[in-house]
Every structure is written in structure tokens, then in C-alpha cells.
Ligand binder design. Sequence first.
Ligand SMILES: CSC[C@H]1O[C@H](OP(=O)(O)O)[C@H](O)[C@@H]1O
Length: 328
Amino acid sequence: MERDTLKPIIWDDKNSQLILIDQRKLPHKLEYFICNNYEDVAFAIEDMVVRGAPAIGISAAYGMALAEIKGDDIEKAYHRLKNTRPTAVNLFWALDRCMKAYNNNRSILSEAKLIHEEDREACKKIGEIGERVIEDGDTILTHCNAGALATSIYGTALSVIRFAHYRGKNIKVIVDETRPRLQGAKLTSFELKYEGIPVKIITDSTAGFLMKRGMIDKVIVGADRVLRDYTVFNKIGTYSLAVLAKYHNIPFYVASPTSTFDFESSIEDVIIEERDEKEVLYIDGRRIAPEGVKAYNYAFDITPFELITGIITEKGIIYNEKDKRIRT
Ligand SMILES: CSC[C@H]1O[C@H](OP(=O)(O)O)[C@H](O)[C@@H]1O
């Protein structure tokens, strides 16, 4: 039966504060990061206290609400929040919706709460609709964290997995650790263990080996931006999984709310976030590479729809009609 999942974002009306689970501390500590102003929210997004496309959009909206409540310069707040992370489209439309509310003399806080509620409904629908692609006995591979910790509740890819579990399907999950920030090892495994869903962690380079051994039945991942031609921007490593899944004839699904769709931008318009190379060169504060050696640290990659079996949304599943992999 449905469980009340972790909620990474809580608005405290009484104290006009945004309370975030500090995801940098998981899985060992469940601590909260309190945002008293928009600058706190901007920092929380940049430093990945809160992350995941929907969660970033919701948090930024509450950041704008804090600016209004505190009497800060709204334009300044808008531009500060807009310049936190460049790839997840939810950030940008959420900020625009808040600015539009402000310019139309509507409460930004009410708009932020509406954005938050819309996401709750979308995540639940994604699970209810998407669980039908999961068969009893499936072993599902997922990447990064597209769970409750990336959204308002349930998640996207993890919502599909949760609802299959809630509906009695006997499933196992394998999650890529997802270097360098380890969202899979630290966050997805934390969420699934909390729900009692069997989960094992693998290194990112193990996925192909398991696919070749017939140990993976389906792949389900999240998204940070989906273009008009259904090109998917998602955590670095997603494209590699999609190529491997295609080669091994394993269905590859993306779970994404339509709030992560961007029908305006071309592929060239979208900035792939490059984060500090120290995230690659250091583990727990200890340098792992020789001094002077540098690193690439792209946070996202690009998967063409030709490699995707279907995109699971709250409005239904967008199937790739040319994809001959098993579909249920
Ligand atoms: C449901 S959106 C989750 C999406 O966001 C993650 O990126 P990050 O942890 O850097 O914010 C990853 O791409 C997930 O698929």
C-alpha cells in the first residue's frame, strides 16, 4: 500500500521559512536546511542541498516568495535564482510563473504553493500510469535519483517503481551509484530501502555487464529537460545506458512530468551544466588524482528519442512507434 514518502521540501507558513532536507548529508544524517531568504535558496540549489528538476523549480518558486515576503528586490531575486543551475527547465518556467504572478498583483507564495501541488499530482499520476510497464518479477535498472528527493513526492522514475511495488509486483531494483555526486548510491538506495523495495548498488561501469548477462529487464530514468522531438537531457551516464539498452534489446523508459518538457528550445539552446572538477578529483575531501591533472565534470548528457522505448508522463505514455523492444 502507498507509503507517505520523504518530502524534501516543506513550506513553513508560521515562520515564513522554506525547510529542505539537506541531501548532501544523506544517507547517514537526516538533517534540514532552513531558507530564510532567496539567497539561502539560491545557495541550496547551487550546492545541491536540493536537486532534481521538479524540486529545483519548486524551491526556486518559494525563493521568490521569500523575496516578496522580505520586501527584497524581486528582479534581483529572479536573476539570482535563475543563475543557479542551467539545465533543468523547471527552474526557468517556475521563476517566470512567479514573476508573472507578481506583475499581475497575485501572491507569489500562492503561485509557489500551486506549483508544489501540481507536482504532487503529476508524480502520483506518473506512478499510477507508469507502473503498468513493469511486470511481476522484473529487475529494473535506474540511474541517479529521480525519486521523492528530486520532486515533491514519490518521484518520477521511482514513482513508477514505487507504484509497481504498492500494487504487489515482485520487483528488484539495481541503481547506478552515479558518480561523482553519488545520487544513486546515497539517495535512491536510501529511498528504496525506506520503502522496503529490494535494491542493489552498482558502479556506473557495471550496467553493460549485467545487461549482457540478462540480469536487467527494464531501464527507467528521470529527466531534466525533454525537447519537442523528445530528446532527453538527464544525468550524465543516461545516454550510455540508452545505447547499451538498445544494443541489448532492453526497454528503456524515461519518466518525466510534462512540467519538464520544453517545446521552445532547440538542442543547441540548452546548456549542459559543467560543475566544479573537484567533484571528480576528490572523494570525501581527499584528492584521488595526481596534482595538476584536470577533469571534465559534465552533469548531464543528451539522449535522442530513437534510443527510448517510451516517455511516461502524468498524461500518458509517449511511445516510440519505431521501437521494437517489448512493451506492456
Ligand atoms: C526527477 S528529476 C531528477 C533528475 O535530476 C538529477 O540531476 P541532479 O541530481 O544533478 O539535479 C538527475 O538528472 C535526475 O534524473
